[in-house]
Structures are given as C-alpha cells and as structure tokens.
Ligand binder design. Structure first.
Ligand SMILES: Cc1cc2nc3c(=O)[nH]c(=O)nc-3n(C[C@H](O)[C@H](O)[C@H](O)COP(=O)(O)O)c2cc1C
Length: 433
C-alpha cells in the first residue's frame, strides 16, 4: 500500500489532506470531528487581534451551479474569525495536545506593524501549534483595513512581514498568497526573500457571483446592498493549478515548498496539485459542500492510484509534472491529431456539428440521417467537439503517426525533432510572434 504520510517543513501528517483556513476549522468541535474523519491536518481559521471582528448578519455566501445544481463556485463575504482570541488559542492547544499526529497550522492576520506580530506570535507558539500561515489573501472586508490581500498585492510588504515573523518565532512560516494579482511569481519571490519556509495558494478570487434583478443588488445582498466577495470551489481549480505551476517552475522559487489550495474536491484534483509541486493540499469548499467524510474518498482514491502507478510515497509524486509545463513556443508543431467520432457511442445530438460548423473549422459533416463524421482535410484538431460532446470518450483525438500525410496541410507528419526547443525548428512559433 502506498504511504500517504507527508513531512512538510518538518510538520508531519498522516496524509496530505489538510483543511484550509475557513469555517470548517473555526473551532474545536469542527476540528475534532475533522480529525476523527481522517483529515491529516488543519489550518485554523484566521486569528486576529481582539477586539475581534463582527460579521454581517445576513447571507454571507453566493454560489454558481452546474445544470444538475452541483455547486461549482462559492463566493463569501465572511471575515476572519469572529471568536475571541483567547478562546481560539485555548481550543488550538487542547486539540493539538489530543491529536499530536495531525498537522496544526494557525492562520494569522494582524495589522502591518511589527509590534502587532510580536504580540501574537508567542501566544500561538504557546499552543504547541506546528506552524503559522500568514493570511495575505482575503480580498474582502479585511483588505479595506490594510490587511489580507492589501498586503499580498505588495511584494515589499510580504517580504517585510515574513521577515518579522521569521525573526520573532521558531515556528515554520507559510505565506498564503492572493490570486488577485497579475503575476503570482512576484509575491512568491518576495515570500522567499523574506525567509518564508513555504507558500500556500490560492486564497479566494475577488468576485460578484450574481445580481438580483428585482432589487438590483449584488448577491449575497445585505439590506439591498452587496459587496465583492472571495470566489472558490471547483471553478477556481484551473487558476490555482496554473499559479502553483508558475511558482514551481520559476528558477527563483524552485524548491520552495508549496501547499496547494483551490477547488480540490476529489483525489484526482489533489494528485494534480501534488504533481505540479505541492507537498500538501488544502480543502475548503468540498468539505463545506459534502462534509468531512469526503476525505475518505480522497485518501482511498489517491492511495489506489499510487499503487496502480507504482508510486510508493507522496514524495515520489510531488513535482512530477513540473518539467512538462513549458512556454508556448516550445510546443511541438510536428504533433498532429485528428478528431474521431465513435459512431456506436454517438447519441446524434449534433452539438459537435453545431460548434464546429458555426464557430470553428467546418470539419464535421452531418448526413440526412444525422451521422456525424470528421472531415480530416478541415480538422485543425482544436478539440472543441470533444469539449462540447455530452458523451464521455465518444469523440477522441487520434495522433497521426510520423510518415502519415496530414490531408489538411498536405504535409507529411515529421518525426519529433530531438531538440524541439528552439525557434529555428519551429516556423509556426516564429510566425506567431
Ligand atoms: C466561507 C469562507 C471563509 C474563508 N475564510 C478564510 C480565512 O479566514 N482565512 C483564509 O486564509 N482563507 C479563508 N478562506 C479561503 C480558503 O481557505 C481557501 O483558500 C479557498 O476557499 C480556496 O479553497 P477551496 O476552493 O477548496 O474552497 C475562506 C473561504 C471560505 C469559503
């Protein structure tokens, strides 16, 4: 059986699944239930200084659904913990003592003054927590007070606060990054420059999920007014994966440990984050949607997949996909594929035809009795038919073997160049520039 245990910055956990800082980790009752369900660790809901914040009393969430009303994206306007600091600290201490084998990270957000960090760090250290996560990510409510993403959007502040924390605690420091920035590499580099031991990402994405067309108020609506919130859940996973990959392959941050967050719902999502360089993953929306027991499926799925692939430990998976993330100009233009429709699986809905005929390359024909066929001479292999087809694996992309003639271009498919890395071999890339 594959070994799921992790050692992230010296913090050990029985599996890589941590609950992200959010309502599931806001109190002892929740965290104990989570540990009983099998989560490997938690990042406790962000603590701030007293007097603690006051949340809205109206709805604080909004959502985007798929056609089956499966929750795809969640928006929230919640602040950091609204429970007294002393209560949280007491509970963290008790839980860590009772569950020594689980990772206990404490998320923190205090004003951008060294004195404030100096005040809170020893209090957290006293709980026996394994590490801290600096919340430089919340895009709403706290950022207007000069905290959260207001810090995370300024690399100099990230570096400065990370340095203060490293100077004032012996606990490992994880910097949680905001995705509400143009190039994620800059804040990650700043975290490293400040001495941070790791980064975690992503926090939520600034968003308005909907507008009530009767009241003309953004939702969630508080007495007729709404404000932007933070977006998360399955919808944000592609954004998170890209940001993680950017940091993992940036020579300036290569090797910096990453805890991956954003839309992790299944073991497969987690495996993808691990493959792109994450040592652990954090989960919020999936737990809030399906309850703590989702972790069972995540653990068994990951373990089974690792067994099938012969990966004995999490370390053997971490970063495996990073060398295959490249820039566009290095993509192999000799690689030619064509769409293929499995006539037995086809339900004759015609989506592939409509999409290709109206918006793409007119590469699918439709007969009178609704048989859909690919016209190789027109197919540029864009993949849109695969993407819109409602039947999984009904349309697939076939790779043309070297030596075959691509009837669209009239050219023979060349074997791969040994060094497909430079522009001279790549006229397509030159033309595109
Ligand atoms: C209701 C809610 C409250 C959150 N509160 C915090 C918080 O206090 N501190 C923090 O760092 N992140 C907070 N987050 C962000 C999550 O920790 C996480 O980064 C984000 O939800 C993306 O993960 P997911 O797609 O698995 O939900 C919150 C998210 C939600 C939905």
């Amino acid at each position: 059986m594959a070994d799921l245990s992790t050692n992230f910055l010296g913090i050990k956990s029985p599996n890589p699944f941590w609950l992200a800082s959010a309502p599931p980790t806001d109190k002892e009752y929740n965290v104990v239930r989570a540990f009983k369900a099998g989560w490997g660790g938690v990042v406790w809901k962000t603590l701030g200084e007293d007097p603690h914040v006051v949340n809205v009393n109206g709805p604080r969430y909004g959502a985007i659904y798929g056609a089956d009303r499966r929750l795809l994206g969640l928006n929230n306007i919640e602040l950091i913990t609204d429970r007294p600091l002393e209560v949280n600290l007491r509970e963290i201490k008790a839980v860590k003592r009772a569950w020594p084998d689980r990772a206990m990270i404490v998320s923190l957000m205090v004003p951008c003054e060294e004195a404030a960090w100096k005040r809170i760090l020893p209090l957290v250290e006293d709980t026996g927590a394994d590490g801290i996560e600096l919340n430089f990510g919340c895009p709403h409510g706290m950022s207007e007070r000069g905290m959260g993403s207001a810090v995370g959007q300024v690399p100099e502040y990230i570096e400065m606060v990370a340095r203060w924390c490293k100077a004032n605690t012996r606990m490992p420091v994880i910097v949680k990054l905001t995705p509400n920035i143009t190039d994620i590499r800059y804040p990650a580099r700043a975290a490293k420059a400040g001495g941070a031991d790791a980064v975690s990402l992503i926090n939520t994405i600034s968003s308005i999920t909907s507008v009530n067309l009767d009241t003309m108020s953004p939702e969630p609506s508080i007495d007729g007014k709404g404000s932007h919130g933070g977006y998360c859940g399955p919808a944000v996973k592609p954004i998170a994966l890209n940001m993680v990959a950017e940091i993992a392959r940036d020579p300036e941050t290569a090797g910096l440990p990453i805890s991956g967050i954003g839309g992790v719902t299944t073991w497969r999502d987690a495996a993808e984050f691990l493959a792109l360089g994450c040592g652990t993953v954090q989960v919020c929306t999936a737990a809030m949607t399906y309850g703590f027991k989702v972790v069972e499926e995540m653990k068994s799925g990951l373990s089974q997949w690792m067994d099938e692939k012969g990966h004995r430990s999490i370390d053997e998976v971490v970063g495996r996909a990073v060398p295959n993330v490249t820039d566009w100009q290095y993509l192999n233009l000799n690689y030619v594929t064509k769409a293929r429709i499995d006539q037995d699986a086809c339900i004759k809905c015609g989506r592939c035809y409509a999409a290709c005929e109206d918006t793409s390359h007119q590469a699918i024909s439709m007969s009178e009795d609704r048989v859909f066929e690919v016209i190789d001479e027109e197919c540029v292999a864009c993949n849109l038919c695969v993407n819109v087809c409602p039947v999984e694996n009904c349309i697939t992309m076939e790779v043309l073997e070297p030596g075959t003639i691509d009837t669209r271009t009239g050219k023979v498919v060349e074997p791969d160049y040994a060094n497909w890395t430079t522009h001279p071999n790549n006229p397509g890339a030159c033309a595109a520039e």
